[in-house]
Design a protein around this ligand. Structure first.
Ligand SMILES: [Zn+2]
Length: 491
């Protein structure tokens, strides 16, 4: 990549003698350009040709289309490595939050090759997913075949999600996997990696009775292939974090622990310290969080099995039923748990979130949910909230560091397993023209726990692969420039 960028840079440098004669497709004029890798933070003009950034200059540039972006920040498009909503409905919220690449990596997607195919030419922003270990596991155990097959229609409609699987097979599954089925699971994972999967999604917390032997086998495979494991750990406690770190260290599997805030709760300082210590010793382990004090998931999930109050340190009234917004009681909990639906879990303290956001190397990932009017606000507001609340208002981190956590860090985290990420997360000559342009004085999340989803404020322009998808704060209609991001084993 470095060589490629250098080569592109040299070729553009030679032509820069004749720079004044070049007509760029688009020129972003006079914005505050921030590139976290080169540490550029200056007023520049950016010239775009086709899908790539072709020039960054303090000299005037000519363009077929010139957009005055003075007073605005020109940043790499935000990269969200943790989403669950798969359709353009969710992508439009992500777009208005400045996201240009949204990846489902925690859970992964079932029937992966067919899903990638179904999104071709239809996505607002870039898309991709990991291999869904639970799905590959159930596919390997013969008796679940009909449930596995039944997910396909939902997948193709962009609907299938954690809830659907929870209701079909996860609830039934507490058994230890037989050795031949484990081998078949690993073979299935390999096959889905060859369909383009970006690493392996290992949401152990949704199958918390998983035998450690099985999990270790998945990590061994990841270590052999040098691909990433994205994991929601077994329980929200430090022992579970230690389990995945031990598996990663012993198998050399690169590891990403999702939402360290909701996995660690009051132990976040120790979790962050362990991830940091692993890095210092040369282990490839990373983590992320979302900037909210509440978690969210399906009420049917194993997280609410017997003992949940003790595990999470909360009670019924801390649960908010997404369909109506009501807080639960013992009675409504028991009624809704027999149906299907999502809850918001008010479980974290503001200082834990601040600590995670401030921690060096920790990325921002939304864990955005499937669309519902009252879905967790992270679905629509994660990135603007970091920039509005945690940068501008609370001054927990500076603007450049925040942008780095949303762009360069996730791009670098993924580039060894998804080569196209080498062109993302940067405002540099030769990089993909995935660009988010926002007003640092007004950017703010608007979605709330009470009123539900709303587009964020302050995101003025978003470009995906050189095409504007958002202009003057409005979605451009009937434009679908989102491209697939594939893992390195794609055949
Ligand atoms: Zn999760």
């Amino acid at each position: 990549m470095k060589q490629l960028l250098t080569a592109l840079f040299i070729s553009f440098s030679f032509t820069s003698f004749a720079q004044s004669n070049i007509m760029y497709d688009v020129v972003l004029k006079g914005g505050r350009v921030i590139d976290p890798e080169t540490k550029l933070d200056a007023i520049r003009n950016v010239g775009i040709i086709n899908n790539r950034i072709a020039q960054i200059s303090s000299e005037p540039l000519q363009g077929k289309q010139v957009i005055d972006v003075s007073g605005l920040v020109v940043a790499p498009g935000f990269i969200d490595l943790h989403i669950h909503g798969r359709s353009n409905v969710e992508q439009e919220y992500q777009l208005h939050d400045g996201v240009t690449t949204a990846l489902e990596l925690e859970w992964g997607i079932e029937h992966l090759g067919k899903w990638y195919e179904s999104r071709k030419g239809k996505a607002l922003i870039n898309y991709g997913a990991s291999v869904n270990w639970p799905f590959e596991r159930f596919k390997a155990i013969g008796k679940y075949q009909s449930a596995v097959d039944s997910l396909l229609q939902m997948t193709l409609k962009g609907e299938a999600n954690i809830g659907a699987m929870t209701n079909t097979i996860l609830r039934a599954a507490a058994e230890t996997i037989p050795p031949d089925a484990l081998n078949q699971t690993l073979a299935n994972i390999k096959a889905s990696l060859a369909e383009g999967g970006i690493g392996i999604g290992a949401p152990i917390g949704y199958l918390p009775k998983t035998n450690p032997t099985e999990m270790y086998g998945v990590f061994q495979l990841a270590g052999e292939l040098n691909t990433l494991v994205f994991t929601h750990v077994r329980n929200p406690d430090i022992i579970s974090i230690q389990e995945v770190i031990a598996d990663a260290v012993l198998t050399h599997a690169p590891l990403h622990i999702v939402h360290i805030n909701s996995m660690s709760l009051g132990n976040i300082r120790l979790s962050l310290e362990m991830v940091n210590a692993a890095n210092k010793k040369g282990f490839d382990i990373s983590t992320e969080l979302y900037p909210y004090t509440a978690a969210s998931t399906s009420l049917q999930s194993a997280m609410f099995d017997e003992g949940w109050q003790q595990r999470l340190g909360i009670s019924y009234g801390d649960l908010q039923w997404v369909a109506t917004g009501e807080r639960l009681t013992k009675e409504s909990f028991e009624t809704y748990r027999k149906t299907s639906g999502v809850v918001i879990i008010h479980v974290m303290k503001p200082e834990w979130i601040k600590m995670g956001i401030a921690a060096p190397g920790v990325m921002i990932g939304s864990d955005g949910m499937t669309y519902a009017k009252l879905a967790h606000p992270r679905t629509a507001g994660t990135f603007s909230r970091v920039l509005g609340k945690y940068v501008r208002e609370d001054k927990v981190i500076d603007l450049n560091t925040a942008i780095e956590k949303m762009t360069l860090l996730p791009a670098k985290r993924l580039e060894n397993i998804a080569p196209s990420m080498r062109f993302k997360g940067r405002i540099q000559v030769g990089a993909d023209a995935d660009i988010t342009i926002f007003n640092p004085n007004t950017i703010m999340d608007k979605a709330t726990f009470e009123k539900g989803l709303e587009f964020s404020a302050g995101i003025e322009y978003v470009m995906v692969n050189g095409t504007f998808v958002l202009k003057n704060g409005k979605t451009v209609s009937d434009i679908f420039p989102g491209q697939a991001v594939y893992g390195k084993f794609k055949k």
